[in-house]
Design a protein around this ligand. Structure first.
Ligand code: FMN
Ligand code: SF4
Length: 397
């Protein structure tokens, strides 16, 4: 079930130390990292798949306009509960992430670099920094779904509550300390470090957190997948009801459809999905997809601070309605219409994309688990196990 790259992938070094890193990847060459990223159309791995070169150039332009040295931030917050890829990467290969930071710091002439991650990941990064030297500020990210959003991250680094900003000036123009700020996911940075070493194929590979059950035992791991890898080669899809692609801002796909797909962005886009935060989770056939989605959405609706309308009004209502729908008993009349009515306005109206991602998940659940909606309406459920499958904070991950 594992896949391999043409050369050593992001998780290839035997250990996180500098000696292992150099033995596998060699020294970091001086390169034009923006041109390299552009040549292979590298996209960001923080969820939105934004072109990395465009982002670097935008920060360079804002820095030139404002005549202020930019700040570079590595985003390892990973607030997505189903994902572990950034945590695993920071634990296994902190030097690749730090190499990526060095590359963009040099490209932009940044005078300040920050690596933000869950507090339990920072000691590994601190050890790596001690081995190689270099001034990188380490910032512990609050455990919340939205804390890794780039404007929330900037706010956290500035010592404010880690909430997305209700402001239209993007962080690439005004970020940390008012300076143009480049925020890149730690996997994006590690991929830049491989590109710099003459490894263009690394741009199309993707770290994926896989979740499945084997003989009733929950399994999770992280793999570096090559383009063209079939979902069926990554996950055992027999005895599976549906696959969650992309995480809690992602999309459910019926298992039969998932069997026909690869991890390639174009393939996934054709069915309205994307790899997002790099999550593939195979829901066992004995579970209720509505209940699993309701638990995830309850978390998504509770976690962000109530700053804007969609999160203040829309998401709690959507979560509550889904919670009712997840119970196998006839729902109040009009509940599905209410869900559609509350979901619609939530998208595109927040200061960040959190409501959009949440209602996308809900819409796909209602479509893929339509038979379950019908069963619940008649007071029954097709599931035979109610053991939680998807992780929500507070429960086992
Ligand atoms: C609600 C929300 C939460 C996010 N959380 C993270 C996160 O934990 N880690 C991350 O790298 N990006 C996260 N992002 C995306 C970041 O805002 C940003 O786009 C990303 O760090 C940029 O890096 P990239 O271009 O390398 O993808 C989040 C976005 C949203 C809307
Ligand atoms: S849309 Fe929601 S998560 Fe985003 S800033 Fe507004 S309240 Fe916060």
């Amino acid at each position: 079930m594992t896949t391999s790259l043409a050369g050593p992938g992001l998780l290839a070094a035997a250990g996180p130390g500098l000696a292992d890193h150099l033995a596998v990847h060699g020294p970091l060459p001086a390169v034009d990292v923006t041109a390299l990223a552009e040549a292979v159309a590298l996209t960001g791995r923080g969820g939105a798949a934004f072109p990395t070169a465009v982002k670097i150039r935008a920060v360079a332009a804002a820095a030139a306009r404002s005549r202020r040295a930019p700040v570079v931030v590595a985003d390892g917050g990973e607030g997505e509960p189903a994902a572990l890829k950034d945590r695993v990467l920071l634990g296994c290969a902190p030097h690749l992430v730090l190499d990526g930071l060095t590359l963009v710091q040099r490209a932009l002439g940044a005078t300040s670099t920050v690596l933000a991650a869950a507090p339990d990941r920072l000691p590994a990064v601190a050890r790596a920094l001690a081995e190689r030297g270099g001034a990188v500020r380490l910032h512990p990210v609050a455990p919340s779904f939205v804390a890794g959003e780039e404007s929330a991250l900037v706010a956290g680094i500035e010592g404010q509550p880690a909430l997305p900003r209700w402001e239209h000036v993007p962080v690439r123009v005004r970020g940390v300390g008012g300076r143009p700020t480049l925020v890149l996911d730690v996997e994006t940075l590690a991929r830049l470090a491989l590109l710099a070493r003459g490894r263009p194929e690394a741009a199309a590979a993707a770290l994926v957190t896989r979740r499945w059950e084997a003989a009733g035992v929950p399994r999770v791991d992280v793999v570096d997948t090559q383009p063209g890898t079939r979902l069926a080669d990554l996950l055992p899809l027999g005895g599976v009801r549906a696959v969650l692609v992309g995480g809690y801002h992602g999309t459910w796909l019926p298992a039969a459809e998932a069997r026909t797909l690869t991890v390639d962005p174009a393939d996934l886009a054709a069915v309205g999905a994307r790899l997002g935060a790099g999550v593939l989770a195979a829901l066992p056939a004995d579970r209720c997809g509505l209940l699993e989605t309701a638990r995830a959405v309850e978390h998504l609706a509770r976690d962000p601070a109530d700053q804007c309308g969609p999160c203040l009004d829309g998401l709690p209502r959507v979560a509550a309605a889904l919670g009712v729908l997840a119970v196998p008993s006839p729902p109040p009349a009009g509940l599905l219409d209410d869900l559609a009515r509350w979901s619609g306005p939530a998208a595109g109206r927040g200061a960040c994309r959190h409501p959009d991602g949440t209602v996308r998940l809900v819409a796909s659940a209602l479509q893929v688990f339509a038979d379950e909606v019908t069963a619940h309406r008649h007071g029954s459920c097709t599931a035979t196990s109610w053991a939680p499958f998807l992780p929500v904070p507070g429960g086992a991950r």
